[in-house]
Every structure is written in structure tokens, then in C-alpha cells.
Ligand binder design. Structure first.
Ligand code: SAH
Ligand code: SF4
Ligand code: F3S
Length: 485
């Protein structure tokens, strides 16, 4: 898989209204000045999201703020009065895509002169992007970053009154954003922030610059949010952070293992997931907490990036391939059912054919369930962007293809092993390609397509796997008996 859109096969059940959390009523009043509540009744917004799950969740927070202001969601950009691009800076092509789209939607202003176009998220945190907006895209009405998305209501006010781009980007976090209202998509799965930022400074990565230093959310606040989600009917939470296994280090009272156990114990929660964990300090305590907490799913996304120690050192990943392999062996010994997925970068500056073959060997040896594979993209301001990079792009592309071919074959073998087995599937919605087919996920995060009645949407059932493909499984409901309703 070459991108993060692993939801391609599931079309969420038609959302009539997003769910705004009841528990956020107080926060809503705090987040939005009283005189602004409902001001934009009748207006419509659209948010286009790029990037990781954290960005998707930020979109839910901004949608929450906008709904408190009175805005309604639309999927038709011709009807929108506000189009926000929530951007990702992790690779150059993500950035180019956004600028292309921003250029395209400009023409919509001719039909609707009131239309506001905004750019937010990780890209505006980069000085070069701020400059580009000023010089090349002056019709952008508002631009803001990751640390001040709660300022959206005020920024809209300012943008409506101004002829020029209203640009407000904070270099670092100044307020806690935990309690903002969130307009979550209706369904069974919800994102929950547990940690913001990253301290790891891998030499290729822009995230520490766009998201700032690691800040953990206090354990009780996370647990309260999860309890509220269960009350609203959510059954699964994914705890989000760039380095979840560092959770709590800055606070000093609880660690990630404690958090897994505490969230896993919340009454009514069925499945707990987390992303992303770094191999660097994936402790025995964390492994034990996953193994011993029934609700915590047997899926670990453990990005390795490369199989070559030389490349890992240049990436500043802080581990060797031998350490990583030992960690995987330990995890598999304690959690035998575990599904392991990873991220891999090919074509890092000076990566030789020998380095690359070590990546292939590691992938073959560890047999991941899935891998997200990327060609290295130099990011301005990161150390690696200054490294000599003599490898031609054609060779990088060819390496990516070899790696993807290898992994696709391995993914298929993993899936084929499930044929004939009975697995627990939480049904999330209908399949994107056929609305008569339902789609859900196993605890190990594999997508299962089922012929089943629509009443089973949002329920957890047992299904037998009939056939396997590279990305999906096909199954039959074993019994109509629903495990949980
Ligand atoms: N915090 C997560 C990763 C967040 S970015 C972690 O450390 O695991 C998601 C993935 O994007 C990374 O794992 C890496 O594989 C990829 N990535 C990050 N920067 C990149 C770059 N400059 N070029 C190509 N891929 C990159
Ligand atoms: Fe980027 Fe490394 Fe931090 Fe992950 S751990 S966000 S790859 S700097
Ligand atoms: Fe992209 Fe920002 Fe996430 S750079 S990967 S959206 S933290």
C-alpha cells in the first residue's frame, strides 16, 4: 500500500448529521464566544483533509466549531460558503496536490463572492508555505496552523472583514486543545487524542516542526472522553499520537501501559486501538498491557522505515535492525495473534542497492500483514534535506515497485491463511463498490466484505472467511447472532 487511505473499501453509512459530543456542551460555550454561536446559520462548509489520522481528527474538531457557529456540512463545493484545506506537509506531493486544488477552487468565488477559502493544518506551519501563500495565492482568505485551530471562529470573522489573507500561525502550542467540541462522523469508531507533537526528530521528518514538542493529555481526561463516546454509541476508539509509547513521560504519573489498561476497562468499550507507536521505546509493560487487556486489539503499527543499520543511523531512528527484529519476536511470543504493519521509506539519501536489499530481507523475514511504502521526499528545514542524494528518481521508483510487489505477495499469504477461519467483525458500513455488501474490520484491522442485511451495520458479528485478496477478505456471517448490538 502506498498511502494511508486504508479505508478505501468502506463507504461510511450515509451521514445525516455528524455527532456532536454531549460532553462538549460546556466546552462549546468556552470555545466559541457567546455572540458568535449560531451566527452563520444557513451557511455551508466543506473541509478537505490530507494527511494522517491526527489531521482527520483535527477536521472533526474544526467541524465541531463550525457547527456551533451555525454552519452546515456540504459535500458539494459549489454550495459551500467556506472551503478549508486541512493540509499535510510530510511529503512534497501532498503539498503540490493542495496548491493545485486551491488554484482550482478560486473560480468558485466568481459565482459566490462571499466564499471563504482557508488553508490550515501542517503546511502553514512552514515559513516557505506562508511566503508562497502571500506571493502566489493572495486570494486565500485565511491561513492558520496546528496550534491555533481553536481560533477558527475569530479568524472567520476577521477574514470576512478583510480584503487580504488573514494569516495566523503559532510557532508552538500555547493552550490545551483537549476540550474543544468535535463533530465526529456517525458510526462506531472514534479518534481520541492522547498526545500532541513529537520529540524524535528523525532526520527526514517535518512533523516535529509542524506539530511541536510532545505534550501528553492527562489520563483522566482521556478516560472521561472515552466514557462520553461510549454513551454516544461508539464502540471503538483509536488513541492518537505521533509516538504513543512516549505517552505520559512529560507528565510523570502514568505511562502508555497504564493508559491502555485504563481505557480498555471503560465500561462498554469493545475495541481499543492506537497509532503510532515507535519501536524505540516499546516497553515490556506496553506489550503486557496489550496482551492482558481484552479490549485492546491485536494490531500494532510499528514503523521500521529501513532494514539497513547505516540508513537507520542516518535517519536518527535510534535503533538497529537487530533490535527491531528482537522486539518483533518478543511481541509475537507474548501476543501470538498479533497483526503487524509498518511504514517503509525507499531512496533515502545515499541508500545503496545493498542497503535496499537489507530492507527487502527484513520485510521478507518479518512478514508484515501490510506495509505503507513511500519514496523519500526531501522536506525543507530537515537535516536530511541537506544530505547529498545522488540516487536517480527512476531507481527510487523501481525500488518502491520491488518492495510493493514483495509486500503485496506477503499480505495476500497472510489473508489466505484466514480462509475457513471464523473471525469477529465489527460492521462499519457498506462497501464502496457495492452498496449491497457490508464492510467491517477484524480485531487485527483487516477489512472483511460480507453479504448481510443492513440492520447489522454497527454491530459485531462472527464471520467465516471464504476468500482472500491482497487488501480485503470476503466472508459469510456464521450466525445471525450478534455478539453485541
Ligand atoms: N510518527 C509516526 C510517523 C508519522 S509520518 C512514526 O514515527 O511512526 C508517517 C510516515 O510517513 C512515516 O512513518 C514515514 O514512513 C513517512 N515519512 C515521513 N517523512 C517522510 C519523508 N520526508 N519522505 C517520505 N516519507 C516520509
Ligand atoms: Fe516523524 Fe520520527 Fe516523529 Fe515519527 S517519530 S513523527 S517519523 S520525527
Ligand atoms: Fe502530515 Fe501533519 Fe500528519 S505533516 S502526517 S498531517 S502530523
Amino acid at each position: 500500500m502506498s498511502n494511508y487511505s486504508d479505508d478505501l473499501n468502506i463507504l461510511a453509512v450515509q451521514v445525516t448529521r455528524p455527532v456532536i459530543e454531549k460532553t462538549d456542551l460546556r466546552a462549546m460555550r468556552d470555545a466559541v464566544r457567546a455572540e458568535l454561536v449560531g451566527t452563520y446559520k444557513g451557511k455551508r462548509y466543506m473541509i478537505r483533509t490530507y494527511g494522517c489520522q491526527m489531521n482527520e481528527h483535527d477536521t472533526e474538531i474544526m467541524a465541531g466549531l463550525l457547527e456551533v457557529l451555525g454552519y452546515m456540512a456540504t459535500t458539494d463545493e459549489a454550495l459551500a460558503d467556506l472551503i478549508l484545506f486541512n493540509t499535510c506537509a510530510v511529503r512534497e506531493n501532498a503539498e503540490n496536490k493542495v496548491f493545485g486544488e486551491v488554484g482550482r477552487v478560486r473560480s468558485l468565488k466568481q459565482r459566490n463572492p462571499e466564499l471563504l477559502i482557508g488553508v490550515c493544518g501542517c503546511m502553514p506551519q512552514e515559513k516557505a508555505v506562508q511566503e508562497k501563500i502571500r506571493t502566489t495565492y493572495p486570494w486565500i482568505d485565511l491561513a492558520f496552523g496546528t496550534h491555533n485551530l481553536h481560533r477558527l471562529p475569530e479568524l472567520i470573522q476577521e477574514a470576512r472583514a478583510s480584503q487580504e489573507t488573514v494569516m495566523e500561525v503559532w510557532d508552538k502550542a500555547q493552550v490545551v486543545l483537549d476540550d474543544l467540541p468535535k463533530a465526529r462522523k456517525e458510526g462506531v469508531r472514534a479518534w481520541v487524542n492522547i498526545q500532541y507533537g513529537c520529540n524524535k526528530f528523525c532526520t527526514y521528518c517535518i512533523v516535529p516542526y509542524t506539530r511541536g514538542r510532545e505534550r501528553s493529555r492527562v489520563l483522566s481526561s482521556v478516560v472521561e472522553e472515552v466514557k462520553g463516546l461510549v454513551e454516544l454509541g461508539f464502540k471503538e476508539v483509536t488513541m492518537l499520537g505521533q509516538n504513543v509509547n512516549d505517552y505520559g513521560i512529560d507528565l510523570g504519573d502514568a505511562d502508555f501501559a497504564d493508559l491502555l489498561r485504563a481505557v480498555g476497562r471503560v465500561d462498554g468499550i469493545e475495541r481499543v486501538r492506537f497509532t503510532t507507536s515507535n519501536p524505540w521505546n516499546f516497553t515490556d509493560r506496553i506489550i503486557a498491557a496489550i496482551a492482558e487487556t481484552e479490549t485492546v486489539c491485536e494490531h500494532i503499527h510499528l514503523p521500521v522505515q529501513s532494514g539497513s543499520n547505516h540508513v537507520l543511523r542516518k535517519m536518527n531512528r535510534g535503533y538497529t535492525s537487530e533490535y527491531y527484529i528482537q522486539l518483533v519476536e518478543k511481541i509475537r511470543a507474548v501476543i501470538p495473534q498479533v497483526a503487524l504493519t509498518t511504514d517503509l521509506i525507499v531512496g533515502f539519501p545515499t541508500e545503496s542497492e545493498e542497503d535496499f536489499s537489507q530492507t527487502l530481507a527484513l520485510v521478507e523475514h518479518l512478514s508484515y500483514d501490510t506495509a505503507y511504502t513511500f519514496i523519500y521526499s526531501p522536506r525543507p528545514g530537515t537535516p536530511a534535506a541537506r544530505y547529498e542524494d545522488p540516487i536517480p528518481m527512476e531507481i527510487k521508483k523501481e525500488r518502491l515497485n520491488r518492495l510493493m510487489d514483495l509486500q503485496n505477495g506477503i499480505s495476500r499469504i497472510h489473508n489466505e491463511k484466514l480462509i475457513g477461519q471464523t473471525v469477529e467483525v465489527m460492521i462499519e458500513g457498506v462497501s464502496r463498490t457495492n452498496v449491497n455488501v457490508l464492510a467491517g474490520r477484524t480485531r487485527t484491522n483487516k477489512i472483511v466484505l460480507l453479504d448481510a442485511p443492513q440492520e447489522l451495520i454497527h454491530q459485531t458479528v462472527l464471520a467465516q472467511i471464504d476468500s482472500a485478496h491482497t487488501w480485503t477478505l470476503r466472508g459469510t456471517i456464521v450466525t445471525q447472532q450478534v455478539i453485541t448490538a
